[in-house]
Design a protein around this ligand. Sequence first.
Ligand SMILES: *Cc1c(COP(=O)(O)O)cnc(C)c1O
Length: 334
Amino acid sequence: MIDLRSDTVTKPSPAMRTAAAEAEVGDDVYGEDPTVNELESRVAGLLGKEAALFVPSGTMGNQIAARVHTDREQEVLVERESHIYKWELGGLAQHSGLQVRTIDGGDRGVVTPEAIESGYVEADDHRPGTGLVCLENTHNSKGGTAIAADRIDAACAAAADRDVPVHLDGARLFNAATALGTDPARLVRNVDSVMCCLSKGLGAPVGSMVVGSEAFIADARRIRKLLGGGMRQAGVIAAPGLRALENRDRLSEDHENAERLAEGLAEIDGLAVEPPETNIVLLEPGEPVETFLGDCKTAGVLGVPFEGGQVRFCTHLAVDADDIGTAIDRIAGR
Ligand SMILES: *Cc1c(COP(=O)(O)O)cnc(C)c1O
């Protein structure tokens, strides 16, 4: 079976398992796990920020950031198709008492200064006031679009003009940086906080990072505890996370494989395939999604249904160019 459902299906490499077994550990709730501390300072350094916090999941990272940046009853501006809005169980309301206002990022999920301007609400006796803007890069629902630094900067400037902080959901930030040929620190220079996942394309078994200023991370640490995310000898999962950072250099292979897959699928009658920007391929199958995915599964390829009658295939480190060739043949012959 060729599993293209998600870049989260990868299993830890032998090197990651060895690193886990050999990790130096301590009680991280007391700040005493040297492996977690190393991972946090490495990622903060990579992103050019003061500090970072290791969290069990990307969802928890996003929710912590939203909670730290806002006061209850404020509004948060999110892109209409963003993960934090669509796929986190309404957590902004549940954990932080926030009202959500969606803004439209168009075909590629780019939040423009104009969209921020039109969505912004000034607090008064009747209106809650905008407390946060959330961006996403790469944008998952839009097909893994990699949003360039100048577009992120422009959104940040519009938010800063109104004294509103910006959080970036960078679950696949390193895919964006690779596709754009931009230093990840440059991509996030003007945002106040970032979440990035170690457990997606980088291949770690568990974990995400929240990154920002020292003061922001000090608050984030308290909220992580509140949400039940304080972990003890977490070095055993931080050590594979450190190894996962080495996989940044090979993300371009995933992007080439996505391109290969899109080109091959585009030749198959009935499939309308969008050219990928990173490791995500979206297509319209020209038949019910369940039928198409069922036939793909029988032929030996897995994908997932996406909104609007679309299908998503995602490349990752457990599939190589030969697997992609096989996947195309299997889907063509289904
Ligand atoms: C996967 C994902 C998340 C959440 O990460 P989990 O570790 O699955 O909770 C957040 N944002 C985006 C864009 C994602 O793709």
